[in-house]
Design a protein around this ligand. Structure first.
Ligand SMILES: [Zn+2]
Length: 529
């Protein structure tokens, strides 16, 4: 079925009934299309991660996940997501239907946390709403009973979090022959230290699959476990050296790290002067072969403008996150990956709590700049500023760092892998410049450059003066600029080292005479490796 038709049919179905598969409407419709196939002799069905919710595809099958699934529900307030407000309304509606002693979400959360009305609430929460409730009540939601139970059973965990889980068993559709299948889903809620719901995760119960296989070049096992309920044994298909060879020989992908900073760009590009110099240098070196880049959503517009200013017609920019679903860079010969994104400490602590683990971000002795030491959400109520880097302390600090890295490194890694040979053309190859240091050097790196060095005024003056002479000497330069003799010598020798100048000694005194190339940039150096 084509996408627009599927959407159209989903809309019709949703007007009259609960969606068949208990999943998102579109998946439900697509699943209906697949149903006849599951009764026949089909060896392999390729489907998106959402289809792990369809019982016949995961019970008594070999389930293979390509890449780690993420079944975290987006709590943002958009109409098609399960927002906090949507959850509040759904739980209210359910409490009402269950005739619970409390009718408001906020009271319910508070009473549950304090263990008040324990027995009465427990009794009410065993209520299973009827099919009519789902159809006739606007605020009804299929997950409401399980979410309410998970909230009620939430227990204290590390860093002031509370975590609760409950099982949700979807009702098979009327007249379905599949009612005997295990359709269970595990619903988990995580509250932060201010009682705000931060995570809702709904994971299909994979326990009746023959085998669950996960394919992942750099797996973060704790996150795999959270999203499948399975604890995996690790097995490598390729040894590290073989992987490097595959990338170089088969994919013909050359990866060059530029500079040695992480360059976080979750909120945009930090040093625009450097980034602009880098973009211009790549454009100079590769001309029209350079027209694509990958960066964060927040940095997208700035980077696009820089590329246009450097002369790139119609640059294509993908953003971390969307890159995986878009296969448009396979034919590109040159790529640029700018910076990395970071999930922030809060979500790392939420996931640690979910795993029952404990660690804290490393802090300095300086007061938090948001709360002046009084304690706030930003500093996890410690009153102290976060230390540089993304380090953690505590018994499970390494796991915390791996979770943190899973976003930083994985997005960059995925971005790099978007480039590389078009499989149908054996002569095709690509070079990707990566302007961040969060890649795994041993596995991914072929070359590195020092990056971008923006010069202070004195240095610019020395270079500009020397460049504009046919020949010059150290003495002539320091006589005409504000630089010291020692500094002038250093700068001129650096120009020679970088190939921008030549040096000869003029007899009888051995005077150093420099010839600086006319295209030497005076305000910055870029070393692309
Ligand atoms: Zn603070």
């Amino acid at each position: 079925m084509r996408y627009p038709e599927a959407v159209w049919q989903a809309e019709i179905e949703l007007n009259g009934d609960v969606p068949w598969s208990d999943e998102e409407p579109l998946t439900g419709v697509q699943w209906n299309e697949l149903l006849p196939l599951t009764g026949t002799d089909v060896d392999i069905i390729h489907a998106t991660h959402q289809f792990a919710f369809a019982p016949p595809l995961r019970n008594d099958t070999v389930a293979v996940f390509d890449e780690q699934p993420d079944f975290t529900r987006n709590l943002k307030d958009s109409p098609d997501e399960l927002s906090r407000e949507r959850i509040r309304m759904a739980v209210n509606a359910y409490l009402d239907d269950a005739d619970a002693p409390l009718k408001s979400y906020n009271d319910f959360v508070t009473f549950s946390k304090r263990g008040l009305l324990e027995e009465e609430l427990d009794a009410a929460l065993s209520h299973q709403p009827s099919r009519e409730w789902h159809l006739s009540i606007d605020d009804a939601h299929r997950l409401a009973p399980a979410i309410a139970r998970a909230i009620h059973h939430a227990e204290p965990r590390s860093n002031g979090r509370r975590v609760g889980t409950a099982t949700y068993t979807p009702q098979a559709p009327l007249g379905s022959s599949n009612s005997g299948l295990n359709a269970d889903q595990e619903v988990t809620v995580v509250f932060d230290d201010e009682d705000t719901l931060q995570t809702v995760r709904v994971v299909p119960d994979m326990s009746q699959a023959h085998v669950v296989l996960g394919l992942d070049a750099f797996p973060t096992e704790p996150l795999w476990e959270l999203n499948t309920g399975v604890s995996f044994d690790l097995n490598s298909l390729l040894k590290p050296l073989e992987r490097i060879l595959w990338r170089r020989r088969e994919k013909q992908l050359r990866v060059v790290q530029v500079g040695s900073n992480a360059n976080h760009c979750t909120h945009g590009i930090g040093n625009t002067e450097k980034e602009r110099a880098l973009v211009e240098e790549i454009r100079d070196r590769h001309g029209s072969d350079f027209s694509t880049a990958i960066t964060s959503k927040a940095a997208e517009d700035t980077l696009k403008q820089m590329m246009e200013d450097a002369g790139v017609d119609n640059p294509t920019i993908l953003t971390f996150g969307e890159q995986n679903s878009r296969n448009v860079l396979g034919d590109e010969d040159v790529g640029l990956v700018v910076g990395c994104i970071d999930m922030g400490d809060g979500p790392v602590l939420d996931r640690l709590a979910e795993l029952g683990l404990d660690a804290q971000p490393i802090r300095t002795s300086t007061d938090c700049f948001v709360c002046d030491g009084n304690g706030c959400r930003q500093c996890n109520h410690t009153g102290k500023k976060r230390a540089k880097g993304r380090g953690f302390v505590g018994p499970d600090a390494r796991v915390a760092e791996r979770i943190c890295d899973s976003v930083r490194r994985d997005e960059v890694k995925q971005a790099i892998s978007r480039y590389g040979r078009n499989p149908t053309d054996s002569t095709d190859s690509a070079t990707v410049y990566v302007h961040t240091n969060v890649i795994r050097p041993s596995l991914l790196l072929d070359d590195d450059g020092e990056g971008v060095d923006i010069h202070a005024d004195t240095k610019s003056n020395v270079i500009a003066f020397a460049r504009d002479r046919d020949e010059t000497t150290t003495k002539e330069v320091w006589d005409n600029t504000s630089a010291s003799r020692k500094y002038t010598t250093e700068v001129l020798n650096e120009l020679v080292e970088k190939g921008f100048a030549t040096l000869r000694k003029k007899e009888p005194y051995g005077t150093h005479v420099y010839t600086v190339s006319s295209d030497t940039p005076s305000d910055h150096f870029v070393d692309l490796g």
